[in-house]
Write a protein that binds this ligand. Structure first.
Ligand SMILES: [Zn+2]
Length: 111
């Protein structure tokens, strides 16, 4: 990965961190405690509970992604950035652009 690719990737990570933080805020809004049955009705309350558990799962994975993005941003200026943490091969820049938080090459990530 050359300096130009790195600069592009850095910008991409920074943008993704901003949009991910926004997504976390939205999801936190969706995972607020649900009101009692008599205020919203039984069926819509069940819907709300379903939606809430989906949103909670998404929130957890989005928070993990957010942390990995921040770590990627800390790592990016290091010499060995972009090397697979398992086999040491360079991760293709295209993969890092698509998933900046990845620390493994495609082959190792699948294992
Ligand atoms: Zn690997």
């Amino acid at each position: 990965m050359d300096a130009k690719e790195k600069a592009l990737l850095k910008k991409k990570i920074e943008e993704t961190i901003v949009s991910t933080a926004q997504k976390i805020e939205d999801l936190e809004e969706l995972t607020r405690p649900i009101g009692p049955e008599n205020s919203i009705g039984r069926v819509s309350r069940m819907d709300a509970i379903n939606n809430k558990s989906v949103a909670e799962a998404t929130l957890r994975s989005t928070k993990r992604k957010y942390e990995s993005l921040k770590m990627a941003l800390n790592r990016i200026d290091r010499e060995n950035f972009g090397a697979c943490s398992r086999c040491g091969q360079n991760i293709p820049p295209a993969r890092l652009m698509y998933m900046p938080e990845s620390t493994r090459c495609v082959r190792c990530a699948d294992r």
